[in-house]
Design a protein around this ligand. Structure first.
Ligand SMILES: Cc1cc2nc3c(=O)[nH]c(=O)nc-3n(C[C@H](O)[C@H](O)[C@H](O)COP(=O)(O)OP(=O)(O)OC[C@H]3O[C@@H](n4cnc5c(N)ncnc54)[C@H](O)[C@@H]3O)c2cc1C
Length: 416
């Protein structure tokens, strides 16, 4: 059952961006398509390092109206793939490089926001990763062992320690938790706005309600077709994440839209200081500055798992599952009212790693996205690395070797 009404853009309350640029130029040196955390990060780094005209084109009425302003407000290191599995798949060196990349990404963006004194509701609490079965608890302990072995800080909390931390009896379903001290929670839309504001201050131009309908490489440029006219760009960065396949047929079926549902309660007394993920990340919650518990997940409870949905919309089975979880798992929330509900679209890849780099055969077109639900752990550094590569050439080393967009296209050719 789907309902088309009732979504709240919770994090975007108070958004007041005016569509400053009505007129698009006929040409620009760099065009960034999409104004989520990726587009904002690329714009920020480009504004510092590149000369020439730089434009961000966003199809919606405000920046951060895609997944970046619709997630649950976490900034966690790591990948969706549990660390032991990542190590088994990529080897110790690969897994360690990717994990370290995300830790570094998070440290850098946090340091910048702190240096700016940015009002992004940043809370440096660390995060909890709760096991909901005995098997998951064994996996968490194994993950802790390997992460420690590779030099990452983690702690383990058993159920009693979790109960002391939360201050209420912990349901039987929770076996214990892995604690990661460096993770944070924040208002994700405000993070995007702050980065973009900085880019605009440095001369980047932002056009809202400016969808790119089609792109076409032409000699020396890329032609972008929009309802406001045709624009030729020296370089294009597609920062459209879940919608990468819409503009780039090569990536259709390689970056797959997946919808996530979220709800927020009325404000309640503080129960959770840390952002929490549980059930291998399928459920996640935090309590924000206003005291609302913001909970997402449960897409496993519907047969299609919300895979292939590129349009936001509330799915009541999932929303009701979330509500039931909240009331059953947390006694203090048994009667709480739900005040807001929303959804967001993520971009998943088959190997659960994101994509970065120039598109083979279309060297003026770059992509950054496909984060498989973990974009805040990569996007800031992706912006920096992409802009550096625009200056110095694309020579992916270390973690970037595993995230090069070229791998998806090789995989695609093999399956054709
Ligand atoms: C419910 C939910 C929970 C999540 N939880 C986490 C989490 O715990 N940790 C984490 O790291 N990540 C999480 N994520 C994922 C994270 O939000 C995304 O990975 C990240 O926001 C992606 O940022 P982005 O800028 O690449 O994409 P988006 O924020 O989706 O931005 C893409 C933008 O491109 C625009 N666009 C698309 N097509 C066009 C076009 N043709 N022309 C112009 N503009 C276009 C869209 O309007 C949009 O604004 C979650 C996401 C959701 C939905």
């Amino acid at each position: 059952m789907e309902v088309a009404v009732g979504e709240t853009l919770y994090w975007l309350r108070g958004a007041s961006w005016v569509p400053a640029e009505r007129q698009l130029p006929v040409s620009a040196d760099l065009v960034i398509v999409g104004a989520g955390i990726t587009g904002a990060s690329v714009a920020y780094w480009a504004s510092r390092a590149l000369s020439g005209s730089i434009w961000v084109l966003e199809e919606r009425t405000q920046p951060a109206m895609g997944a970046s302003g619709r997630n649950a407000g976490f900034n966690l290191a790591g990948t969706v793939t549990p660390y032991p599995e990542l190590r088994a798949r990529l080897g110790r060196e690969g897994a360690c490089a990717i994990w370290a990349y995300t830790v570094d990404n998070n440290r850098r963006i946090r340091a910048l926001l702190e240096a700016w004194g940015a009002d992004v509701e940043l809370v440096c609490s660390g995060s909890l990763h709760v096991a909901t079965t005995e098997a998951e608890w064994a996996d968490q302990r194994r993950a802790a062992e390997l992460l420690r072995e590779d030099g990452f800080s983690v702690e383990l909390l058993d159920r009693e320690a979790l109960a002391r931390l939360w201050g209420f009896p912990v349901a039987e379903r929770f076996w214990g938790a892995l604690y990661r001290p460096e993770d944070v929670r924040w208002n994700p839309a405000r993070v995007v706005w702050r980065l973009l504001e900085e880019a605009l201050r440095q001369g980047v131009r932002l056009a809202l309600e400016a969808p790119v309908w089609h792109l076409e490489p032409v000699p020396g440029a890329v032609r972008l077709y929009t309802p406001r006219g045709v624009l030729e760009a020296g370089t294009v960065v597609l920062a459209t994440n879940a919608w990468l396949g819409r503009l780039l047929r090569l990536l259709a079926g390689q970056v797959i839209p997946v919808r996530g549902q979220v709800l927020a309660t009325e404000p309640v007394e503080r129960l959770f200081e840390h952002p929490v993920s549980a059930n291998y990340g399928y459920e996640y919650w935090q309590q924000d500055r206003e005291g609302r518990v913001i909970l997402g997940g449960y897409r496993w409870s519907v047969p299609d798992q919300e895979v292939g949905y590129a349009v936001e919309g509330l799915r009541m089975e999932v929303q009701l599952g979330l509500e039931r979880f909240l009331r059953e798992a947390f006694p203090p929330l048994a009667e709480v009212a739900v005040a807001h509900r929303w959804s967001g679209i993520m971009g998943f890849t088959h190997d659960a790693l994101p994509v970065l780099g120039p598109v083979p055969g279309m060297e003026r077109v770059w992509v950054a996205g496909g984060y498989t639900g973990h974009g805040t752990a990569f996007a800031f550094r992706f912006g920096e690395d992409l802009v550096r590569a625009l200056q110095e050439g694309w020579h992916p080393q270390g973690a970037l070797r595993y995230m090069d967009v070229a791998r998806l296209l090789v995989a695609r050719q093999k399956t054709l």
